[in-house]
Design a protein around this ligand. Structure first.
Ligand SMILES: Cc1cc2nc3c(=O)[nH]c(=O)nc-3n(C[C@H](O)[C@H](O)[C@H](O)COP(=O)(O)OP(=O)(O)OC[C@H]3O[C@@H](n4cnc5c(N)ncnc54)[C@H](O)[C@@H]3O)c2cc1C
Length: 379
């Protein structure tokens, strides 16, 4: 009997865990290395669009995901005083949903056959003369694999080894996020536009909503000396219902600076490749970073199944995934710039454009991202 080839996945995020589901352990020995003390996620909500749900369907995880999520049946764009700029009702073969990140992670971790190793922070990697890859971790352990998948996020150590394009780029605004139980039903998802500020509301489950709020600020700007809630009330307190109620009822508020990288090719070096945010980090304005990570995991696994652990497999994966990811990263960046406009004339023009745009045209513009079915792609 020939020995199974060994694949290391660096990073137990959405990309790494989905890839581990997509590639069967009958053919490969798969180890997932995560730097955190525990696998899992905390905090906020994540939208999962039909282009990613089709993969979850193939993996047999769709029902569990739908049972633990909220659907976007109606989506409003509004101004800060609550004036409706547009209303849309997404329709597709799969719903548009939002789920708590912790729930999505728990579902992905469930029934995973790969071997999971937490507290393994990858420090460095190198090719050996025999073509294998040596990994060295902060905990002083070294391990050797036949292939390595760098699913280690936007600050990827594996990307540094392959592309070395420096730090990600800050795009000029920060985001706060929270998840909150409400005693009222909002019944819709929405995005509300102000000047240099936005707020989004998404349904997660019956009576549970996620919200996010952005503001043009310096990189990693601390909220002190104000308390975060005091600051958010100063920024959004007079915005339409139920924005301040949601903020005030939230126990844990997370804050991030929004970063991405200029898309570039060349994700692969020998038997090492990049996946998810490590390959194509994006701002979240299209809600597609995680969805693309799921799509990429599926293509990469299918390509390895077809071509084996060869450069051809990695090349084909990048050839299929790169153009789409380039489009999404650039479009999301553009939408972010438009959403964060501060100039009163430009914000009025933006709002007018939303108001005048027929909803079927608006849906068409975003549908090209959501209607893609990676599960129908021919390798
Ligand atoms: C504010 C915000 C909102 C978003 N909203 C959405 C949304 O609604 N829908 C959507 O699809 N996407 C959304 N995204 C994007 C989405 O979160 C990411 O695209 C997705 O998490 C990428 O998954 P990943 O597994 O590639 O990377 P990550 O989720 O970053 O996971 C990487 C994992 O690797 C681990 N790791 C890192 N370095 C090492 C190392 N050296 N050694 C070992 N382990 C390591 C990390 O601890 C982490 O667990 C949003 C992003 C942000 C910032």
């Amino acid at each position: 009997m020939t020995e199974k080839k060994k694949i290391a996945i660096i990073g137990g995020g959405i990309a790494g865990l989905t890839f581990a589901h997509c590639l069967t352990t009958e053919d490969y020995e798969i180890d997932v290395f995560e730097k955190k003390e525990h696998f899992g996620e905390i905090g906020a909500a994540i939208s999962v669009f039909p282009n990613a749900l089709c993969v979850m369907d193939k993996l047999g995880l769709l029902e569990e995901i739908l049972n633990n999520s909220g659907q976007f049946k109606t989506v409003y764009l509004k101004t800060n005083n609550g004036t409706i700029l547009s209303k849309s009702e997404p329709k597709s073969d799969y719903p548009v949903i939002c789920i708590h990140r912790a729930d999505l992670h728990a579902i992905l971790l469930n029934n995973l056959e790969a071997k999971l190793h937490s507290n393994y922070n990858l420090k460095d990697l190198s090719h050996l003369e025999n073509g294998q890859i040596s990994l060295s971790f902060e905990n002083e352990e070294n391990k050797v694999f036949d292939a390595v998948i760098g699913a280690d996020g936007v600050h990827s150590v594996v990307r540094k080894h392959i592309i070395n394009d420096g730090e990600p780029i800050f795009r000029g605004y920060n985001i706060w996020r929270g998840v909150v139980k409400t005693n009222f039903d909002i019944g819709y998802a929405s995005e509300t536009f102000g000047k240099g500020k936005r707020v989004g509301i998404v349904p997660i489950k019956e009576g549970v909503y996620g919200w996010w709020a952005t503001c043009n600020e310096a990189y990693m700007q601390d909220d002190s000396p104000e308390d975060t809630k005091v600051k958010l009330n100063r920024l959004f307190g007079d915005w339409h219902h139920p924005i301040s109620e949601l903020i005030n009822k939230t126990d844990i508020i997370l804050k991030n600076s929004l970063i991405d990288r200029t898309p570039c090719k060349g994700w692969t070096k020998g038997n090492i490749t990049l996946l998810g945010d490590a390959a194509h980090p994006t701002t979240p304005n299209l809600g597609q970073g995680g969805c693309m990570a799921i799509e990429g995991a599926y293509i990469l696994a299918k390509s390895i199944q077809k071509y084996g652990l060869t450069e051809k497999a990695f090349e084909r994966y990048e050839e299929l995934q790169y153009p789409r990811s380039e489009n999404i990263v650039n479009e999301s960046l553009r939408l972010g710039k438009m959403g964060q406009l501060e100039n009163p004339i430009l914000t009025t023009l933006r709002n007018l454009a939303f108001k005048l745009m027929p909803s079927n045209v608006a849906m068409k513009l975003i549908d090209k991202y959501f209607s893609y079915r990676v599960t129908n792609i021919e390798l």
